[in-house]
Design a protein around this ligand. Structure first.
Ligand SMILES: [Mg+2]
Length: 191
C-alpha cells in the first residue's frame, strides 16, 4: 500500500507498554470493562477526582520509566524521507506527550492528546488530521496496540495496523495488518 499518512498511538505502540489498565481501574474504583473516559464522565465529582488522581499517579510512574519501542526513531525518519505525514494520537496527557517527544527527539506533523474534544475510538481526531493534510482516509494507516486504536481507524475509513506486544491481548483479527516490531511495519509501508 502507498500510504501518505501514518497515525500512531503512543503508549504500548511507540513506547513499551507500562500502563496496567486492569490494576489502574481496580485502584481507581472503576469497573473492569467499558470506556474509561465515558465512565469517568458518569461519576460523582468526588469519585471522579479520586479516579483521576489514581490514573495520573500511574501515568507519572510510566513517564519516569518510559522506554521507546526498538527501532521507532529509525522507522519514523524513514517515513519522513518518504514524505509520509506522521500523526501522534493518544488519550494520554499533554504532559506525558511532551516528555515522550523530548525523549524521542522527533516532531510529528500533528499531535492530538486527551485535551481534544473527541477521543478514540471516535474517528474525529483521525479525520481532523487528514483534513489538515488534505488527504483521504484510505491514504492513511492507523497503528495501535489496543482495540480503540483499531476501531478509531476503521470508523474513520482508514487502514489499520495492530501493534502486538508480548504477553498482551491481541486485537489483530480486527485490523487490516498486524505487526510486532517496527521492522515489520517498515515492510508494510515499503510494499
Ligand atoms: Mg496504546
Amino acid at each position: 500500500m502507498k500510504f501518505k499518512a501514518v497515525i500512531f498511538d503512543m503508549d504500548g505502540t511507540l513506547t513499551v507498554p507500562m500502563l496496567e489498565f486492569g490494576l489502574i481501574r481496580r485502584e481507581a474504583g472503576l469497573p473492569p470493562e467499558g470506556d474509561i473516559i465515558s465512565i469517568l464522565g458518569s461519576l460523582s465529582e468526588e469519585k471522579r477526582r479520586f479516579a483521576w488522581k489514581v490514573i495520573e499517579q500511574y501515568e507519572n510512574v510510566a513517564l519516569d520509566k518510559m522506554m521507546l519501542q526498538e527501532g521507532v526513531l529509525d522507522a519514523l525518519e524513514h517515513f519522513r524521507k518518504r514524505k509520509i505525514r506522521l500523526g501522534l494520537l493518544t488519550r494520554n496527557s499533554p504532559k506525558s506527550v511532551k516528555a515522550f517527544i523530548d525523549k524521542l527527539g522527533f516532531e510529528f506533523d500533528s499531535v492530538i492528546t486527551r485535551d481534544y474534544p473527541h477521543l478514540k475510538p471516535r474517528p474525529e481526531p483521525v479525520l481532523h488530521m487528514l483534513e489538515a493534510w488534505s488527504l483521504q482516509p484510505e491514504d492513511a494507516l492507523v497503528v495501535g496496540d489496543y482495540i480503540h486504536d483499531i476501531e478509531c481507524g476503521r470508523a474513520a475509513g482508514a487502514k489499520t495496523c495492530f501493534f502486538a506486544n508480548p504477553g498482551r491481548t491481541s486485537y489483530a483479527e480486527f485490523a487490516d495488518y498486524s505487526v510486532s516490531s517496527f521492522d515489520e511495519l517498515l515492510k508494510i509501508i515499503k510494499q
